[in-house]
Design a protein around this ligand. Structure first.
Ligand code: HEC
Ligand code: HEC
Ligand code: HEC
Ligand code: HEC
Length: 151
């Protein structure tokens, strides 16, 4: 056997040894407890506080808004998509915690601005800079029912 094979084999053994030492310190303790992931991550995710209530919860107090929106073009856009997470608002007892009420053009533009990278037809797009500039969208479109009483 040529002498360099022995030296190479020794080097390999050292590297494999180093790999196991590094692995011992780098792999988190709970890895593999339940499967090929960190077991503790389950408890960590369970401990997160929920922030969204879901549209059903809004209907308890805002049935009028649900009725206005549901048969209409914005039916697929959930209340909290526009008003932000609402669980704290729903659960507030002493004084009602405020919700976010986005009134600026920029907000509607997030979904409706003309964007060549977006599939046309999924969401009707307008060139926001040219579509009735200088006025808020909600001065003409009811956000809960955009074609209702259009001014
Ligand atoms: C337990 C009853 C209750 C529930 C459930 C509830 N709200 Fe409200 N909400 C209120 C009250 C009371 C007000 C204040 C009434 C007012 O100012 O006209 C309010 C006001 C609002 C406002 C107006 C805020 C403003 O500054 O003008 C928005 C937006 C709103 N709620 C959205 C929601 C959404 C979205 C949900 C579901 C996630 C929801 N609410 C669930 C009771 C509720
Ligand atoms: C497309 C975005 C959008 C969605 C979806 C939406 N809202 Fe609104 N909402 C607004 C905007 C913008 C205003 C402010 C309207 C204004 O000031 O004229 C508003 C105002 C309100 C208000 C208070 C003012 C008022 O008109 O009495 C309540 C309450 C409210 N929304 C509840 C809801 C609920 C409940 C849902 C779900 C059923 C919902 N909204 C879905 C954008 C939205
Ligand atoms: C989260 C995305 C989203 C936001 C934010 C949003 N929309 Fe929409 N909008 C939609 C979807 C989805 C539809 C239904 C598909 C369609 O018709 O474009 C729609 C439909 C519409 C339509 C009817 C288009 C048509 O010809 O059918 C109008 C008008 C409209 N929205 C206005 C607004 C206004 C005004 C705002 C801001 C208050 C707004 N939208 C905010 C998603 C959004
Ligand atoms: C001065 C009133 C006015 C304002 C402000 C306004 N719109 Fe409109 N919008 C209209 C009218 C009227 C139509 C229908 C005729 C047309 O397509 O121009 C319309 C049509 C639309 C359509 C459907 C376009 C299509 O091709 O079917 C969308 C989407 C829309 N508006 C979104 C918006 C958004 C987003 C804003 C704010 C950035 C806004 N609008 C501001 C009056 C207005």
């Amino acid at each position: 056997m040529p002498p360099q094979i022995k030296r190479l084999a020794l080097l390999f053994a050292i590297f494999i040894g180093l790999f196991f030492v590094a692995r011992h310190f780098l792999v988190p303790k709970s890895f593999g407890e339940f499967g090929h992931y960190r077991g503790l991550s389950l408890a960590e995710n369970q401990a997160l506080t929920p922030k969204y209530a879901g549209q059903k919860a809004c209907a308890d107090c805002h049935q009028d808004m649900v009725d206005l929106k549901s048969p209409n073009v914005h039916k697929s856009v959930s209340c909290e998509t526009c008003h932000g997470p609402g669980l704290a608002h729903v659960n507030s007892t002493d004084s009602i915690l405020p919700m976010w009420v986005p009134k600026e053009r920029e907000f509607c533009a997030v979904c409706h601005t003309k964007n060549a990278a977006r599939k046309a037809g999924n969401i009707v797009q307008v060139i926001v800079a040219e579509h009735n500039p200088g006025q808020k969208c909600i001065e003409c479109h009811n956000p809960h029912n955009p074609w209702k009483d259009l001014k």
